[in-house]
Ligand binder design. Structure first.
Ligand SMILES: Cc1cc2nc3c(=O)[nH]c(=O)nc-3n(C[C@H](O)[C@H](O)[C@H](O)COP(=O)(O)OP(=O)(O)OC[C@H]3O[C@@H](n4cnc5c(N)ncnc54)[C@H](O)[C@@H]3O)c2cc1C
Length: 513
């Protein structure tokens, strides 16, 4: 064992979300390694105690277990909007829409080409297989025994709009993708989803449920991690603040941060890891200067027409998303860089609407986090800067035009009274359309890359390709923040894959000889 018995634990994992719950569960499979998992939000130890908003995988839970964040307007995307993030065991995997996509092989080969050869497609594929039990397809690129069940809504489960959407895509000549997780696939099909009988299978259910009885795994919920502590250039533990305000130091020679792309960087900053400018301004003693902390944030911005459904077509209890179209934007070299996703219902104060979201899944715009306070209760300022790169704007406009074509097929027109926005006037006038797009394009809920991985000579990198923070021993990161580029997929399954891989490496390293 690398940790000596005088430490409280051998490993502390910070944040029980898509990355952290997986690391804690995989490492604690070795009964000799004592693991502490710390989570800011509450814990529901079994399905019986799980509240309805976390149980219902047919729609995201946006407020009941949320961090109440907002992102700020910018020159290129004006709305400042709510920015949901899960605060509960399971993290955002416990509140999300349960879409279970992996992305393209080229996404991971790009990670490798940026100096991270361990993350090439052929190296990550075994972890994608290990995490899943695909209930629909048997193929060399699918797993059959993993903790996350993945299935697609069959035709008879599709609500009228989602079924009509697949027919509309077919009419316009898009190919049938059959299985969106087939690495060669493109086109329309039901989404692979990690829900079963409507239950969202978060990492708390898939990974922590079978692990929580282990005597070597301790879960500390309702507790905020303030900072990582260090001794002689190596992590020595953490300082936590409990709900009653009391602080406590907990020791361990290995710490894995997995607080997510918005919350891992401020923990780094409070621990003295960040740019000189930020540390000096906040009066925090320097542990390690790393300029990339909080920079290079990416996401998948989206916009699309809002539709007025005919009576009885849409309802709040329908699954909000069941299908998608993946395609390559006109003139783009990024395969499957777009998704057009029908939204079964959208709440508006005056009436129920439906939507068709055009999401840029290979985006080039970068946002950042600004750190204005060293207080554990203060959120960073979230500057998304969507559509600041013209390539993203071009793709989203192409997506909007394709969405309008789909809306005007007989299959969709049979279900709607009309299109509310964009108006015909906006569609006919490029500046008006741009104003509408920039005023309404919004987050895909996939913030990532704020502590990206890369080699030591990459000034933007925060961790190396094994998740180790550059220049410090015993401190790793295993969440969406370490992605070097956001993959062209919803980010839950890719983050679980990161947890699988870093979890396996940590278990290997900490196992006694
Ligand atoms: C509303 C919504 C819908 C989404 N839909 C989808 C979808 O359908 N498919 C998909 O693939 N992705 C989806 N996502 C994104 C996906 O869930 C995330 O990308 C993924 O969960 C990121 O994993 P993570 O480990 O980086 O962070 P998280 O899963 O967010 O986990 C971070 C954890 O750390 C905890 N934490 C933070 N700070 C501290 C602290 N100081 N001390 C202790 N604990 C702390 C948090 O409470 C949280 O539990 C959605 C996200 C949201 C919010």
């Amino acid at each position: 064992m690398t940790g000596e018995r005088r430490d409280d634990y051998d490993l502390i994992v910070v944040g029980a979300g898509a990355g952290g719950a997986v690391v804690a569960a995989r490492v604690s499979e070795d009964p000799r390694i004592r693991v502490l998992l710390v989570e800011s939000g509450p814990d529901y130890p079994n399905l019986e105690s799980l509240p309805e908003d976390l149980r219902n995988g047919n729609r995201g839970s946006l407020t009941a277990h949320d961090w109440r964040l907002r992102y700020v307007p910018s020159e290129t995307s004006r709305p400042g909007q709510a920015f949901p993030r899960g605060r509960v065991t399971g993290g955002s995997s416990a509140v999300n829409t349960a879409i279970a996509l992996r992305g393209q092989p080229s996404d991971y080969d790009e990670w490798a080409s940026l100096g991270n050869p361990e993350w090439a497609w052929e190296k990550v594929l075994p972890a994608f297989c290990r995490l899943e039990t695909d209930l629909d397809f048997d193929a060399p690129y699918h797993g059959k025994t993993g903790p996350v069940p993945i299935r697609r809504h069959p035709r008879e489960e599709l609500v009228p709009y989602q079924a009509a959407y697949l027919d509309a895509c077919k009419r316009l000549g898009y190919p049938d993708a059959v299985d969106h997780n087939d690495p060669q696939s493109t086109g329309y099909a039901p989404h692979p989803m990690n829900k079963r009988d409507g239950l969202r299978v978060s990492t708390a259910i898939a990974y922590l449920s079978p692990a929580r009885e282990r005597p070597n795994l301790t879960l500390l919920a309702d507790t905020d991690v303030v900072r990582v502590t260090f001794a002689r250039g190596a992590a020595s533990g953490i300082e936590v603040r409990r709900r009653d305000g009391a602080t406590q130091a907990i020791s361990a020679p290995h710490v894995v941060l997995a607080a997510g792309a918005i919350h891992t960087p401020p923990i780094l900053v409070r621990s003295g890891i960040g740019s000189k400018r930020v540390l000096e301004r906040l009066g925090i003693a320097e542990t390690r200067l790393l300029e990339g902390v909080g920079e290079h944030m990416q996401d998948h911005p989206a916009i699309g027409p809002t539709l007025v459904p005919k009576e009885g077509v849409a309802a709040y209890d329908q699954p909000v998303i069941q299908t998608t179209l993946r395609y390559t934007a006109t003139g783009s070299n990024d395969v499957n860089d777009m998704q057009l996703e029908p939204i079964s219902f959208m709440y508006r104060p005056d009436r129920l609407l439906m939507g068709l979201a055009a999401c840029v899944f290979k985006s080039y715009s970068y946002g950042r986090l600004a750190f204005e306070s060293a207080d554990v209760g203060a959120a960073p300022r979230i500057e998304m800067d969507y559509l600041s790169d013209e390539r993203d704007y071009t793709k989203i406009i192409d997506g909007l035009q394709r969405a309008m074509e789909l809306v005007h097929t007989p299959e969709i027109e049979a279900l709607i009274e009309g299109v509310r926005r964009p108006t015909d006037g906006e569609l006919a006038d490029a500046p008006a359309l741009e104003a509408w797009v920039r005023a309404h394009a919004a987050s895909g809920a996939h913030p990532s890359c704020t502590a990206r991985m890369g080699p030591a000579d990459d000034p933007t990198a925060v961790v190396d390709e094994r998740g180790c923070v550059h220049g410090l021993r015993g401190l790793r990161i295993a969440d969406a923040s370490i992605m070097p580029r956001v993959p062209s997929a919803n980010t839950n399954i890719p983050t679980i894959m990161i947890g699988e891989r870093i979890g396996a490496w940590v278990r290997e390293e900490l196992a006694p000889a």
